[in-house]
Design a protein around this ligand. Structure first.
Ligand code: ADP
Ligand code: MG
Length: 702
């Protein structure tokens, strides 16, 4: 028993603020409850009494007979608190507060909203909203339309949760218009008590829900989201569209990593950690949900196509290949017998192009061949409806194959259902066979790409196993005793000690103050060396001419030293650093930045001085597991560079993974670190050391 059962499966409902006037929410909800066939008791409540839609009106919730599971509260916002007190007295289980004028208006509204929550919590009442639409449930036992919109919702397997009512309705209508069934629906506005993650958790436990659609505007409690949604997304697809932005990115950042945190990075890392599939397009999200609702997740990434028109199937091919899927050749054991069954001009390849005259037998044979081919995991049947073909035959072929296959099957139906009854009937029958029909070829392709994304997300190694590669007990003391500049950056020597404490491979280096010291240090390190000047005011050293690389001998070093000293003489706190010059390596960046109350994030990307231009970086929430760290290397646009291009050997991936895991430990152990940059790390091929040649650590001291 969940406390949300009373919300989605109520036995009795009261509408407080019921009205006789047709264009009011208090009237609409009553109409909807009746029209959708709610079988339990419905009581309108209004102090004026009388009758609404033939139902006797109770003057107050306290005077409603029998138990009440669910109420709608539609009274003026100043009366909501008292109404809830009465609901508590009556023993109501859940209140949907449609009334607005709370948190969305500002601090005073937020205070009033908190008061509602206090009343409810003290009285064992759960709240949905305020400032919301309500819920729907198509289960024949529930037949619940507790919402003031009206869109017919036929039973199905897609459950929807959306904070905002507008997008929720767009989604709801799309499914309705396309004959796609839906299961449950919740649009909970301000979500003062029953939260979005709690609803997702409820859908997760609902057997009839096969796919969950989420539209989120903000995360009130990202931790709660992580804890509740992650176990759900491991079992069923959770498809999310996140709109609206957070203020995270607006924060002025003084490190590379801080500057690379985008407005929406938090949502990305959160969805990634949970295994939620994120979408940038609402239509693509809905079309993908449609497929998850009635089709199995493809077992692999091989796509096969059958078509009676060549060009649309080529569009599908181009799109899926771009999306990383395969369009394999047909295996000879299915291709050869198929050739016998098709016309001589048909092309028995992939796509199988059967020409416009192909009818039922040919579609059946071609689809059965794809079904039998071990290289094919998902099938797409593309069809136009030529006037000289019995198009219902195409539908029959699809029905037959759909009933017997355990592979994914989608259709591209390029016809106008308004034009001819037979064509409308064809589309309808394909749909009723559980095969989603898309109009545009690329829509079907995008759906397959997204299903594959889900497959890979679901089958990835568990992200829950944290890799604790290092414990560094002495480092708390280093941080405690460290000096920081006015911005909070650790003095370079302290930063170096901290990083070394975590076993991070810093390039051999010496801090020097005079030429004599520089000369001695260079002799000790061995040429070639790099000379760097540092000062609290120097953020990007190379921009200020404070980095001289590849100094091959003492003469060159002296020249560079004198030059820097004279040019940077005015810099307060000027100091010099001598490093061993590292010959080879791909410049990468490893960083750290906080993700609100989710704790720290680890960043990895192509680094060096152009990191802000390239912006080729990936963030993940710490602490990392080994597989997660590894996946970061493959997540970059330019990850091929790590594998070695233009004759370069591949970088030593193990070393990078090790660095990421060490940084993950460092950030997790020391939440007071607000920004961290290792930029660049020179990633070397196997057999050579991968070294950190520049680093900055910033603290947020309490
Ligand atoms: P900043 O980022 O403050 O400009 P860096 O110390 O990162 O200064 O140096 C800038 C660039 O110089 C690096 O991206 C790298 O290409 C090169 N560089 C710095 N240190 C070394 C080194 N020890 N060996 C080889 N190249 C280096
Ligand atoms: Mg740098």
């Amino acid at each position: 028993m969940s406390s949300l059962d009373a919300l989605f499966f109520p036995k009795s409902i009261a509408v407080i603020g019921a009205s006789n006037r047709p264009f009011t929410i208090g009237h609409r909800i009553l109409t909807n409850l009746k029209r959708y066939g709610f079988a339990g008791s419905i009581t309108p409540v209004n102090p004026k009494g009388g009758e609404i839609l033939g139902m006797p009106v109770a003057p107050s919730i306290l005077e409603v007979e029998g138990e009440v599971d669910l109420v709608h509260v539609i009274v003026r916002n100043t009366l909501v608190a008292q109404t809830l007190r009465d609901c508590v007295t009556k023993g109501v289980k859940v209140a949907i507060i449609n009334t607005s004028g709370f948190k969305e208006l500002g601090p005073e509204g937020a205070r009033q909203e908190r008061e509602l929550v206090e009343i409810a919590r003290a009285g064992g009442l759960r709240l949905f909203g305020p400032n919301c639409q309500g819920v729907m449930n198509s289960d024949p036992r529930a037949k619940l339309y507790a919402n003031f919109t009206f869109a017919t919702m036929s039973p199905g397997h897609i459950s929807i949760v959306a904070q905002g009512g507008g997008v929720a309705e767009v989604i709801n209508n799309y499914f309705g218009m396309n004959g796609v069934g839906q299961r449950m629906y919740a649009s909970n506005g301000n979500a003062c008590d029953i939260s979005v993650p709690e609803i997702i958790e409820y859908y997760g436990q609902d057997e009839q829900t096969r796919v969950i659609v989420l539209h989120a505007e903000s995360f009130a409690d990202p931790r709660e989201f992580l804890e509740r949604v992650r176990p759900v997304a491991a079992r069923k697809p959770v498809l999310a569209l996140k709109s609206g932005t957070t203020a995270e990115g607006a924060r002025a950042a003084s490190s590379h990593t801080g500057g690379l945190v985008e407005q929406d990075t938090i949502s990305d890392v959160l969805f990634d950690k949970c295994g939620v599939l994120r979408f940038a397009s609402l239509s693509e999200l809905c079309q993908t949900a449609q497929a998850f609702a009635s089709q199995p997740v493809p077992r692999g990434n091989g796509v096969g196509m059958v078509t009676n028109a060549g060009s649309p199937a080529i569009i599908v091919t181009d799109e899926v290949v771009k999306g990383g899927l395969q369009v394999p050749r047909l295996s000879p054991q299915v291709a050869d017998p198929l050739r016998e069954k098709l016309q001589a001009i048909a092309s028995v390849a992939n796509p199988i192009d059967m020409m416009a005259t192909a009818a039922e037998e040919e579609f059946t044979a071609a689809l059965q061949a794809l079904d039998a081919d071990p290289g094919i995991d998902a099938m797409v049947v593309c069809f136009m409806t030529p006037f000289f073909v019995d198009t219902l035959g195409i539908a029959k072929a699809v029905e037959k194959v759909a009933a017997g296959t355990d592979k994914t099957l989608l259709a591209v139906g390029m016809t106008n259902p308004e034009e001819k009854v037979e064509w409308r009937e064809t589309l309808k029958r394909v749909r009723q066979a559980g095969v989603p029909v898309y109009y545009f070829p690329e829509a079907a392709a995008r759906v397959l790409i997204n299903m594959d994304r889900f497959r890979r997300l679901r089958d990835r190694p568990p992200t829950g196993v944290v890799e604790k590669v290092v414990t560094a007990p002495g480092t708390a003391k280093i941080i405690e005793q460290a000096t920081t500049d006015s911005q909070g950056f650790l003095a370079p020597a302290d930063a170096a000690a901290l990083l070394a404490g975590y076993g991070l491979p810093l390039v051999p280096e010496r801090r020097v103050e005079s030429w004599a010291e520089a000369r001695a240090a260079a002799a000790e390190l061995g040429y070639p060396v790099v000379l760097k000047a540092s000062a609290p005011g120097l953020v990007h050293k190379s921009e200020a001419g404070a980095v001289a690389v590849g100094l091959e001998n003492e003469g060159r070093l002296k020249q560079a030293f004198d030059d820097m000293q004279s040019r940077l003489a005015g810099q307060e706190g000027l100091a010099f650093l001598l490093q061993k010059h590292v010959e080879q390596g791909v410049e990468v960046i490893v960083g750290g930045a906080p993700a609100r109350d989710l704790g720290p994030m680890v960043m990895f990307g192509l680094g060096g001085i152009h990191v802000e231009v390239l912006r080729d970086v990936v963030f993940k929430l710490a602490p990392l597991g080994r597989a997660e760290a590894e996946s970061m290397l493959d997540a970059l646009q330019g990850s091929a560079i790590l594998a070695g291009v233009r004759g370069q050997p591949p970088v030593d991936r193990e070393k990078l993974v090790d660095i990421l895991l060490r940084v993950s430990c460092l950030l997790s152990d020391h939440p007071e670190i607000s920004e961290l940059d290792l930029n660049p790390v020179l990633a070397a091929p196997a057999g050579r050391p991968t070294l950190v040649v520049d680093y900055r650590v910033k603290l947020e001291r309490a």
